[in-house]
Design a protein around this ligand. Structure first.
Ligand code: AMP
Length: 282
């Protein structure tokens, strides 16, 4: 990393900073990330800067939230590029802890949210949410955050973290931030870096199918038929398989009901890369 960004690797160093900020009456906003930063992450940083005097970005590829060793190992790690991207934002700290700073030997605690973590991502990625909620709880407490930014791109994660903060009385406001997309509609994601040129070109079929289906459902067509057509379009574009494409209640993830906020959720495989996306219906 370059000298331009204040990289911090130890919790004791981080605590020295956050204690001083708190003594001065300054609020702290945190942006938890796994690195391989892009404009989606940067929109969270901008939001954080508007909401607190001090901003901490965390970069930690959390082994506990990956279901496969291969996905963990292949997850892009781009520290130098991340530092270059962050430099103009002048954040107050970039916390990049080594694994044993987060999970010291003998670490034996799991934070687990039930219910909301069952369907969609939960049913295809066993253990993922427990790993995520455990590390998020740790990152929010390690950074003494008053606010934490989470992207709507990972809508289910956002709802789970909101529930976690409420259930554990964390004194930290969870702030939702809108999904940032490429011009062709593909949601920005660190995993997009792993797409080949051909996979990247056809990946736009995913948001296209999602947006098209949302319009048709709003126009009153039967959701089951609309979703069947959208699945066929995604596969015809070149996706290898679809884990799910579902219309669900936006807060409970149960069946969508008239008069309640609903969303479309999708997860599909472009070659070896699993992409997820979601949008509001109505
Ligand atoms: P990640 O590094 O993928 O774990 O993401 C860190 C945070 O950035 C999460 O809260 C994500 O939801 C958010 N994020 C990732 N991609 C986007 C995007 N395209 N637009 C908005 N937020 C995003």
């Amino acid at each position: 990393m370059t000298d331009a960004v204040p990289i911090i690797r130890s919790l004791s160093q981080l605590r020295a900073l956050t204690r001083a900020w708190r003594r001065a009456g300054e609020r702290i906003a945190v942006v938890p990330t796994m690195g391989a930063l892009h404009a989606g992450h940067m929109s969270l940083v901008t939001e954080a800067k508007a909401r607190a005097e001090r901003v901490i970005v965390t970069i930690f590829v959390n082994p506990k939230q990956f279901n496969s060793r291969e996905d963990y190992e292949k997850y892009p790690r781009t520290e130098e590029a991340d530092a270059r991207l962050l430099a103009p934002y002048a954040v107050d700290a970039v916390f990049v802890p080594p694994e044993d700073e987060v999970y010291p030997p003998g670490f034996s605690t799991t934070i687990s949210v039930t219910g909301l973590t069952g369907p969609l991502e939960g049913s295809f990625r066993p253990g993922h949410f427990d790993g995520m909620t455990t590390v998020v709880t740790k990152l929010l407490t390690m950074t003494s955050a008053d606010r934490a930014m989470f992207g709507e791109k990972d809508w289910q994660q956002l709802q789970v973290v909101t529930r976690l903060a409420r259930d554990l009385n964390l004194d930290c406001e969870i702030v939702p931030c809108p999904t940032i997309r490429e011009e062709d509609g593909l949601a920005l994601s660190s995993r997009n870096q792993r797409l080949s040129a051909a996979e990247r070109a056809m990946a736009a079929a995913l948001p296209r199918a999602l947006f098209g289906a949302a319009v048709e459902i709003l126009e009153g067509r039967a959701p089951d038929t609309v979703l069947e057509t959208a699945r066929a379009a995604i596969l015809a574009a070149g996706f290898g398989s679809i884990d799910y494409l579902e219309l669900r209640d936006a807060e409970t993830f149960g069946p969508a009901h008239a008069g309640r906020p609903a969303r479309l959720f999708v997860a599909a495989w472009a070659g070896p890369v699993r992409l997820i996306d979601n949008i509001a219906v109505g």
